[in-house]
Design a protein around this ligand. Structure first.
Ligand SMILES: Nc1ncnc2c1ncn2[C@@H]1O[C@H](COP(=O)(O)OP(=O)(O)OP(=O)(O)O)[C@@H](O)[C@H]1O
Ligand SMILES: [Mg+2]
Length: 336
């Protein structure tokens, strides 16, 4: 099999490990993801095929096999279920639930910053997924909008359902992550925790840092550190104080800055213990000035009932309207 498939149609119709490839869903630095049919069960799956350079890397293969097992064992409403992972014709593959919707990267590119309640709902769903993984000793290492899949929710109280993808697929070190043998950079450093840059040990709090970068972007339209130059960006993650979110997103109170600052602390010990602690603190800060209303999720946000007053946000009155919010429209209009 030639790699990467030169045109999106390169593998269409091919059968790989019992899956028939139907169409390409997207591609990243290390893989191409296809919509495929599981020929044994007749169900539609997302089939991710990893580039052969990873198959050749023994350390990566071992970790891929081990972490795929751990990831497949996590049964959580906000983690993409993994059905199977293996190797066929020298290609590592992973078959997972096909999520009909958009990834958060595409959504942000299309919509810009999200309404505050929507951003908080998404943050809470991601936080609960990450905390569940961390409780099992699994660190994602690559929390970023491209790995967040946004699907239609179950009702108007839950307008979107968010899945975190790619557990077990993050590369262990940045040298393996980002730079090709030709020295070109692929991927993004926008969300990477300082300890990953310096090679210090990572744990769940590294994911919390990345989540905070994503949350900042969903509210402000861009991640906290923006530098054209990679080295400058690495320096900023390690040493530069993050910008105040309240200065970049009208309506966000100064109190919220403290929650972001803490989750973005340079030293993991200075961050929150859990991702939900971070998102809960952020939501409390926003609620304190009345922005919080109808941000209920499947997650217990540990916020006392009845504390917040409805506030002047773009979703005002939404609870009585069975339609999804306007920003979720594109997700629903373009099912894949
Ligand atoms: N389970 C899934 N269901 C539907 N679409 C998916 C699924 N998994 C991935 N995709 C789509 O495929 C795209 C490519 O995914 P992939 O993981 O290869 O790249 P990425 O996460 O953007 O970048 P990277 O190479 O850094 O991981 C995603 O952005 C998403 O749009
Ligand atoms: Mg991905």
């Amino acid at each position: 099999m030639s790699w990467p498939p030169e045109s999106p149609s390169g593998l269409i119709g091919a059968e790989i490990a019992g899956y028939r490839v139907e169409r390409e869903l997207g591609r990243g630095g290390m893989a191409v993801v296809y919509c495929a049919k599981d020929l044994r069960l007749g169900r539609t799956v997302a089939l991710k095929l990893l580039a052969p350079e990873y198959t050749r890397n023994d350390a990566f293969r071992r970790r891929f096999a081990q972490e795929s097992r751990v990831a497949a064992a996590i049964d959580h409403p906000h983690i993409v279920p993994v059905f199977e992972a293996g190797e066929a014709d020298g290609i590592l593959y992973i078959a997972m639930r096909f999520v009909s919707g958009l990834d958060l990267r595409a959504l942000l590119d299309r919509e810009g910053p999200l309404p505050v309640p929507a951003a908080l709902r998404i943050a809470a769903q991601l936080a609960s997924a990450l905390d569940a993984a961390h409780a099992r000793g699994l660190v994602h290492r690559d929390v970023k909008p491209g790995n967040v899949l946004v699907a239609k929710g179950i009702d108007s109280d839950h307008p979107e359902h968010v899945y975190l993808a790619d557990f077990g697929l993050a590369k262990k070190s940045l040298s393996l992550t980002g730079f090709t043998s030709a020295g070109e950079f692929v991927g993004t450093l926008d969300y990477v925790a300082p300890e990953r840059i310096t090679g210090r040990p990572v744990d769940g709090r590294s994911d919390q840092y990345s989540l905070a970068c994503v949350v900042h972007e969903t509210l402000a339209g861009a991640p906290p550190f923006r530098c054209a130059d990679h080295l400058e960006l690495l320096w900023a993650h390690q040493y530069a104080p993050p910008p105040a979110l309240s200065a970049e997103r009208p309506g966000i109170p100064g109190e919220a800055d403290e929650a972001l600052r803490r989750a973005l602390a340079k030293v993991a010990d200075d961050r929150y213990d859990t991702c939900l602690d971070f998102v809960g603190a952020l939501r409390d800060a926003v609620a304190a000035v009345g922005l919080r209303r109808r941000t209920s999720t499947l997650v217990d946000m540990r916020v006392r009932a009845g504390r917040a007053e409805p506030g002047p946000d773009r979703d005002a009155g939404r609870s009585e309207v069975p339609e999804p919010p306007a920003w979720a429209g594109p997700v629903l209009r373009s099912p894949r």
